[in-house]
Design a protein around this ligand. Sequence first.
Ligand code: GDP
Ligand code: IMO
Ligand code: MG
Length: 427
Amino acid sequence: MPVDIIIGAQWGDEGKGKIVDLLSEDASIVARYQGGANAGHTVIYRGAQYVLHQIPSGIFHRRIRCIIGNGVVVDPEALLQEVRKVESLRINVRGRLFISHRAHLIMPYHKLLDLLAEESADGGRRIGTTGRGIGPAYTDKVARSGIRIVDLLSPARLKEKLTHNLSEKNRLIRRIYGKEELDADAIVAEYVKFDKRIDPFVTDTSLFLSRALREGKVVIAEGAQGALLDVDHGTYPFVTSSNPTAGGACTGLGIPPTSIRTVLGVAKAYTTRVGEGPFPTEDLGTVGETLRLTGGEFGATTGRPRRCGWYDAFAMQYVIRINGIEGLAITKLDVLDRFEEIRICTGYRTNGKTWKSFPTEPEVLSQTVPVYETFPGWRASTRSARSYGELPRNARRYLRALAELSGARLSYVSVGPSRRETIHILP
Ligand code: GDP
Ligand code: IMO
Ligand code: MG
C-alpha cells in the first residue's frame, strides 16, 4: 500500500506541480495534505501553462483521482472557480475530485485579517504572506473555532458558528484595525450557496484512501510550500501555518506512517524565496538578478519577484534529515546554462564559528555567512537533454556534487517546464 510523498525541499516554488504531474502517470491518486490557495503549482498541459492553487496537480491525467485532505484549508469560492477553469478544458472534475469533510474553510474574515495584520505589522514583523487567509484560518482551527466543510452541509450549524465567530472578529476588525465590520448575514448567504455546489465533492477522504491503499493503488501525497516554510521546522516565524514536511502527509490525510513508501524532495538547482525571512544564499547583485530574469522567478500566486541565490546544500542536509528524503528531483537546471561559474553553499559561518547544523533563530540565520564551493559552468543549452549522458560534462559534475553535498541521490533532473523535459535517473 504505497504512498509516495513529494515535497518542496526549499522555500516553495521548486517545481512540485511539474514533478507531481509527471509522476502521476504511474499513480492512481494525488492528494494535497496541507496549505490552501497560497500554493501556486504550475503544470503544462497540451502546451499551455496552468497554475493550480487547490486542485492537486494530477488533475490533467483523466484516470487520476484527486483528493483535498483534511489538513488543507479550503477557500470554496476560489476552488469552484478553479473547478470551472479545469472543466473549461474539457477535463471532467466531478467524480474525480474529493474533498475531506474535515477540511477547514477559509472565511472572508480570514483573508481580511491576513491583509490587515500584514499591513499594520512594522517592517521586522511582516511575513510577506500571500494574503489568502491561511494563517488566520489555521489559527481558528487550532483554537477550535474553525468552520469545517462538514458545517457547510448544515446551514443552521453554519449560521450559528459563523455568527458567533464574526462577533469576535468584528470587534477585532473595528477596534484594533479601525476598519468596517463584516456583515454576518451576507457571509451566511454566500456560504450557504456553496453547500450544493461543494456537496458532490465531499467525502470521507481518509476512508477513501484507506480502501485504495488496501487495493494496492499508488497514492502521491503532494506537498505545498516547502520544508523551510514548515511551521515547526522552517525559519519560524517567517513560515506558513501548516506542516509541508513529510510528517504532515499522515496527519493531513489521515493515513498511517506505515503506508509511506518513499519521500521525494523537489529542489531547484539554485534557491529562491518569496516573502520575508532569512535566506543565507540570497544574492542581491547580478547573480540574483540573472537567476530571476532567466528563471522567470515571479510568484505563481501573487506575481511578486522571488528572491534568488545559489543552491544551499547545507540547508538541504537539514531538510533531507527531517523528511527522510531518499531521492531528489532537481529542477530548472537549464536556468544555469549561461553562467560561467556556479556555486553551492556547503556550510554557514558566524563570527569565525562554523555551524554544525542548521541554525534555529532567524536573527542568527540572517547573519550567517555562507561558505561556497565553486564549479565551472557548462555554457551550453541543456533543454534538449533527455538522458544523464546527454548533459554537458560540467553539468554532470555540478549535479554529482550537489547530490553528494546534500546527502541524497539524484532521481530526476528537470531541464524545462514541460513533462518531456525531464531526465529520469535510474537507481
Ligand atoms: P511549485 O509551486 O513548486 O509547483 O512551483 P511553481 O509552479 O510556483 O514555480 C515553478 C516554475 O518553474 C513554473 O513556472 C514552472 O513552469 C517552471 N519550471 C518547472 N521546472 C522547470 C525547469 O526544469 N526549467 C524551467 N525553465 N522552468 C521550470
Ligand atoms: P507553493 O506551494 C512560495 C510564503 C509566503 C510567505 C509565507 C507565509 O507554490 O510552493 P502564507 O500566505 O502561507 O501565510 O505566507 O510563506 N509562501 C510561499 N512561498 N511558494 C508557496 O507555495 C508559498 N505559500 C506561502 O510568501 O513568505
Ligand atoms: Mg508555487
